[in-house]
Ligand binder design. Structure first.
Ligand code: SAM
Ligand code: SF4
Length: 329
């Protein structure tokens, strides 16, 4: 069967699957303090439904799956889903994006289920700042999860760090030091305008050029090759260090031309772009008896409407857009 190629000649090989919209943190750049109008239990795809959609995606050339959310580890029995997805012919890589709070407790099950790689979100190495940014405590728990994942062989482990002026932008070097002894790749990410964070985004945005320039001030940090994975990041490391730091710049240097991904929302919509598209409802046809072949046809049809690029620019208003789970591949 031929692979999925969109109207701009890009092959789609990567599917991000949001398994829940709920989260046990409330990061200031992502969610309002009171949370969101959560989806009802029946609105969320079951693991069996996700499995059917991934089988269809694999049949048309998708090779890598990333589980995300909300907080994916907050959904019960995620190891069961990982095991089911790794068993699908054609799927070569199942990975996870998590805030790390529940990681330590679930590591054994996830590794046994065949999870290959983990991205942990961590914006600060200071406990009081963690609580201010995530609006919940938990730094020590997350750090234990990170070290546990490295010990369990889930490498390379990537850390996603959203850089915000005045909140954590003085920790670039601290994160670099963190990578001297640990096999982790820290990716500094530009804060993007989503949902209700527009004021924060305008006030706290630090572009990747500035981040790179600041990293460049540390003469000991030298450019290195990227670790394997799907993320469009550039990396720097101390000589002899186990890990490295890098930047991802979805806004200032968009990478839409190299986009190889689509994503599945927790309520079963296939979304074709980082921002704003309403997506194609796969849940309704699936619950009305659509087969994997029918889903394959829907994937193919979706390729005709995948946009060329996201239409978000620096400083642009993006009211009510939710770009959940698309950052930091
Ligand atoms: N809860 C999991 C986590 O935090 O890793 C997975 C979902 S989270 C939405 C996925 C990634 O998106 C995280 O690395 C998070 O930092 C990032 N993210 C969320 N909102 C963002 C924003 N406004 N700008 C940049 N990155 C953002
Ligand atoms: Fe939750 Fe991840 Fe959003 Fe933070 S970034 S509120 S951990 S979904």
């Amino acid at each position: 069967m031929t692979s999925l190629v969109d109207g701009f000649g890009r092959s789609i090989t990567y599917l991000r699957v949001s398994v829940t919209d709920k989260c046990n943190l409330r990061c200031v750049y992502c969610m309002p303090e009171q949370g969101l109008p959560w989806l009802g239990r029946d609105e969320i795809l079951s693991y069996e439904e996700i499995g059917a959609i991934v089988r269809a995606a694999a049949a048309v050339g998708v090779r890598a799956i990333r589980l995300t959310g909300g907080e994916p580890l907050a959904r019960r029995g995620l190891g069961r889903l990982v095991a089911a997805l790794t068993a699908i012919p054609g799927i070569e890589d199942v990975s996870l994006s998590t805030n790390g709070l529940l990681l330590e407790a679930q590591l054994g099950e996830l590794a046994a289920a065949g999870l290959r790689r983990i991205n942990v979100s961590l914006d600060t190495l200071r406990a009081e700042r963690f609580e201010a940014i995530a609006r919940r405590p938990g730094l020590e728990t997350v750090l234990r999860g990170i070290d546990g994942a490295i010990e369990a062989g889930l490498r390379p482990l990537k850390i996603n760090c959203v850089v915000m002026r005045g909140r954590n932008d003085d920790e670039l070097l601290d994160f670099a030091e963190f990578t001297r002894e640990r096999a982790v790749f820290v990716r500094f990410i530009e804060v993007m305008p989503v949902h209700e964070n527009l004021q924060l985004q305008r006030d706290a945005y630090v572009g990747s050029d500035e981040i790179l320039a600041r990293i460049g001030e540390y003469n000991d940090l030298l450019p290195v090759e990227s670790p394997p994975g799907n993320g469009p990041a550039r990396y720097f490391a101390f000589e002899g260090a186990a890990g490295a730091v890098g930047v991802i710049s979805p806004l200032s240097h968009e990478y839409c031309g190299r986009c190889n991904r689509v994503r599945l929302s927790a309520d079963g919509h296939l979304r074709l772009c980082l921002f704003g598209d309403r997506g194609i409802d796969l849940r309704t046809p699936l619950r009305n008896g659509a087969t994997v072949d029918d889903l394959v046809s829907m994937f193919r049809a979706a390729m005709l409407i995948k946009p060329e690029r996201h239409h978000l620019r620096l400083g642009e208003s993006a009211s009510a857009m939710r770009a959940f789970s698309e950052i930091g591949g």
